[in-house]
Design a binder for this molecule. Structure first.
Ligand code: MN
Length: 357
């Protein structure tokens, strides 16, 4: 069930279906989307610490491994981050009573964990909660808070935790919780500069800094932690960017070969996508990465009111207005040829519609 969208900060009463489910649960598993980012990881670490402070058993199990620049989150709180390669962690999905999905609103985004979740669901007794801020949610959980006004899932989790503080009379935002939430909000707002960075987001960040989150050390750990391999990949990738269609579309294909020859990993491609939109004429950028299993991970970025989530949706993905993605079963040759053409057709159609309205 998707809760009605409020388009603003929820109050204690509006959060109550989530709070009830959290307080009723004993054994929790928290998870986020494949190829996890700062928002998903920070949100789950913050919520895990809070649930633990409330005496609950909590495990974090993600579909894919944690990028090295986010491992500091677990050290801070003594929270372990498991992934789909850990069989014991997978077992926990079938014995927990509440699964909380953070920063993902499609069941598909749980990747390799999805069949295990479905199995646990069929056995009965597993309650699923979802807290997210992407467009067009799929109704797959018992309680879903999907608020696209929010800058980040971290912003929603902050609101949830403050509502829990109100409900329990406990102080729940420790230094570690503040650090995790700050990481979530900082990364999803592009360091407090994307359009959804409202005055409220700055107040929230100020509160977290007041509670012990250190902005410069968190920035340093997240962004100034590039490996030499990632830097080599960046160099190769920048040289391979193509700008086409009157300078309005930029595209880049990163092959397995490029990643192997530089010794880089999938999450090393995350720092590359922003360069694709750094040319002012570019309206839509697409980054395609050939994954180890042969699938193509496509990330779309746009400038202005261009809903690239609609583009991603055609391929079974989704996301936000200006940032969306999908996974494709395309060959490399097909992706390189077809996807930038689809992007251009989508943009031409968008421009024609905009002219006539
Ligand atoms: Mn997010």
């Amino acid at each position: 069930m998707i809760l009605p969208r409020y388009g603003r900060k929820l109050d204690l009463n509006e959060w109550s279906p989530v709070i009830e489910a959290l307080l009723d649960g004993r054994h929790f598993v928290l998870t986020t989307h494949e190829n996890s980012d700062g928002d998903g990881l920070g949100s789950e670490v913050a919520l895990a610490l809070v649930l633990r402070a409330l005496g609950r058993e909590v495990k974090i199990v993600n579909p894919t491994e944690v990028p090295p620049n986010y491992t500091f989150l677990k050290h801070a709180g003594g929270i372990e981050l498991f992934d789909g390669r850990d069989e014991q962690a997978i077992q926990d999905i079938s014995i927990c009573d509440v699964l909380v999905v953070l920063d993902a609103n499609l069941s598909d985004r749980m990747g390799s964990l999805r069949p295990h979740v479905q199995f646990a669901r069929e056995l009965g007794g597993l309650k699923i909660l979802c807290i997210d801020h992407h467009l067009e949610p799929e109704d797959f959980a018992d309680v879903m808070v999907c608020e696209q006004y929010a800058s980040s899932t971290g912003e929603l989790v902050y609101d949830l935790i403050t509502a829990l503080e109100e409900k329990t009379g406990m102080q729940l935002i420790t230094v570690q919780v503040a650090e995790a939430l700050y990481t979530a909000v900082m990364t999803d707002t592009g360091s407090f500069r994307f359009p959804k960075t409202t005055p409220y987001v700055y107040r929230l960040a100020g509160d977290l800094v007041g509670k012990g989150a250190d902005p410069s050390s968190i920035y340093d750990r997240v962004y100034n932690s590039i490996t030499p391999q990632a830097l080599k990949l960046l160099g190769a990738a920048l040289g391979a960017i193509t700008i086409m269609h009157e300078g309005k579309v930029s595209s880049l294909f990163i092959s397995q070969e490029m990643m192997k020859s530089t010794g880089s990993k999938l999450f090393d491609t995350d720092l590359i996508v922003r360069y694709l939109l750094s040319v002012p004429s570019v309206v839509i950028a697409v980054l395609m990465v050939e994954m180890q299993d042969g699938r193509i991970k496509a990330s779309f970025r746009s400038r202005g009111p261009v809903y690239v989530n609609q583009l991603a949706k055609r391929y079974g993905g989704g996301g936000h207005m200006n940032a969306a993605g999908c996974l494709l079963h395309y060959s490399a040759e097909k992706a390189i040829k077809a996807i930038p053409e689809d992007v251009w057709a989508f943009l031409e159609n968008h421009e024609a519609t905009a002219r006539h309205s």
